[in-house]
Design a protein around this ligand. Sequence first.
Ligand code: ADP
Length: 288
Amino acid sequence: MILTTDKLTKKYKAQTAINHLNLSIEKGSLTALLGPNGAGKSTTMQLLIGLIQPTSGKISYQNQLKIGAVFQTSVLDDMLTVKENLQIRAEQYHNIAKTRVKELIDQLGLVSFSKQTYGNLSGGQKRRVDIARALLNEPEILFLDEPTTGLDIQTRANIWALLKDLQTKQNLTIVLTTHYLNEVDEADKIFIIDHGTLITQGSAQNIKQRFANNLLSVQLKSQKDLQAFDELEVSTFCKETNKITFSPESSQQAIHLLTKYQTYIQSFEFRLGTIDDAFMNLTGNEVR
Ligand code: ADP
């Protein structure tokens, strides 16, 4: 493990923002801290980066770990160009190679707008530059607080693709926060947080398997066909609409059911369980 926390707790006066949080971050992983607004994601990030101190509990880092961080609000200068911003930041370190800024401009796809002022860039371009800035000192672990918030779906997907690329090609460990539940399928490991506590953890696949139901809904040709169905397989039947629903464990099982009963089925709808469903089942709430 590159980083672990043990009963990490942060209180603001009477308010407990983080409560006995135990996280283990694996080297080379892309880990997502997921939760609704106010869940405690930013507070966790700030604790992991060392910007604030825990009230109790502790964080253990791998020896001499080099950290990079992308914050919700950028630290770059709107009036300077992308290149100038990166050069100035690079000069603040002692040991950065002269070629590092150019290397990052190429690697992160900043070439076409490197001479534009940072303030005039689109949200997605700004985020790329923020990431480049955080990578100047070649960190082993990169923290990003809500890197995709405020971006459109396409741009969010591009940022994820960039992060995946950095993870696989450079073996960078990435820890990010997000409140977009449909985004985290790309992560290797997800920690779901609500009200400052860890609700569950695992891969998206694993969390969905445990806590989200797939839904197969079939419309019968005739109500009298109902007797052809095995009661054990059927989860509900609605008389008014002639609709039967199943909760198949997999797409394969849905295909099996559709094939088995195909002569009685007029139409059907199938939906794989999502992280949203899992969150709802775990907390009884939709994401706020
Ligand atoms: P998230 O990032 O998941 O939206 P935060 O970590 O920002 O959640 O906040 C968690 C809780 O801690 C919230 O209830 C928030 O109001 C509270 N909180 C965060 N920072 C402070 C602070 N500096 N002072 C007081 N309360 C805070």
